[in-house]
Design a protein around this ligand. Structure first.
Ligand code: ASP
Length: 336
């Protein structure tokens, strides 16, 4: 009896451990493409336009996180803003294929469930990142391409536009110049890494500790018919797993696919216990560099640690958390 009473007493006096989770340090990191961005590449006015748009995208995503919203929503909101902005190579303002078309690729991934959605070669969907998300949430598949992707977009009520919507005079002029240069040199300039990239991407960590990543692009200028880059390839252009990290890539897609850049970074974090910065450095400054290719990544860990790593001259980028808000274009030490 005494034992029983002791048990009862213990039962009622032992405090029930409340399920208590510290809120994760909400963070968003974005990029607007990597490339030949040395100081002096843009006028101060042009730089201001880029910086303002990066800040706008950063804050749109951060506000969602700060109000307790989901990482996926923050990633989508930041990317939609950059897709709609003509200065980035995604959505409006996308680069042209050799045939003078805009063919858009995009993907998104949920680090909590490993669900993912991707689209390749779409020409009439205003916001490819929204379509990638619809693929993730409303289909049993991971990736749709071209006509099928557009059929799915229409069936799911996404905003459709005429292909001409994506065309801007600046991009068209660059395309014409590239065509001319190609003719003069009589060589195939299709995947010259001299072309400036301008893909957009975002990674976010919400208060519940969930990570998400997304990327959207017009691809590489002068790409051939039907060429698909790394952006819609899960594990190359985009990857997110709450157990390791979230990554969005930008750069010479053919190499990012071969090296499965995004997944490699997260695998190094997960299996080798590296910090996101160490893993990003290894992949960008060694593996990618050794193959003679260039580009960059943004990486975010479940603890809020992040990296913005590139081996090109510059990368449009930004980060915001409770302690910091910054946007940058050029390499470290080169900011004016
Ligand atoms: N990675 C993209 C592609 O190869 C291009 C870019 O990031 O600018 O399609």
């Amino acid at each position: 009896m005494r034992v029983f009473l002791t048990f009862i007493a213990l039962f009622f006096t032992t405090p029930v451990m409340a399920e208590h989770h510290e809120a994760a340090p909400v963070t968003i990191v974005i990029h607007g493409g990597a490339g030949a961005l040395a100081p002096g590449r843009y006028s101060p006015e042009q730089e201001a336009v880029f910086r303002d748009k990066l800040s706008e995208a950063l804050n749109a995503g951060y506000e969602i996180l700060d109000n307790g919203g989901a990482a996926l929503d923050a990633v989508e909101a930041a990317i939609v803003l950059m897709e709609d902005a003509p200065m980035f190579n995604a959505g409006k303002g996308a680069v042209f294929t050799r045939e003078g078309k805009n063919e858009l690729d995009s993907s998104i991934m949920d680090g909590a469930t490993l669900n993912a959605g991707a689209v390749a070669g779409v020409t009439r969907v205003k916001n490819p990142i929204k379509l990638a998300r619809a693929v993730m949430e409303k289909s049993e598949h991971v990736m749709f391409a071209r006509d099928g992707a557009e059929k799915f977009a229409k069936e799911n009520g996404l905003e459709m536009v005429k292909p001409g919507y994506f065309k801007t005079p600046e991009r068209w002029a660059r395309y014409k110049k590239a065509l001319k240069a190609e003719k003069e040199k009589e060589k195939d300039a299709s995947l010259s890494h001299d072309f400036k990239y301008g893909t957009v991407g975002a990674v976010a960590l919400d208060a519940n500790g969930n990570l998400a990543a997304g990327t959207s692009t017009g691809g590489m200028m002068m790409k051939k018919y039907g060429r698909v880059g790394d952006t819609p390839i899960i594990g190359a252009g985009t990857f997110a797993d709450n157990k390791s990290c979230a990554v969005s890539s930008t750069g010479w897609g053919e190499y990012f696919i071969r090296l499965t850049i995004a997944r490699d970074i997260c695998a190094q974090v997960e299996y080798q216990g590296k910090s996101v910065e160490e893993a990003a450095n290894d992949v960008i400054h060694h593996r990618l560099q050794d193959m003679g290719a260039d580009g960059g990544v943004i990486v975010l860990g479940p603890d809020g640690s992040y990296a913005m790593t590139f081996n090109s001259k510059g990368m449009f980028r930004g980060v915001k958390n409770a302690d910091t808000e910054q946007v940058a274009i050029y390499g470290e030490g080169e900011e004016e």
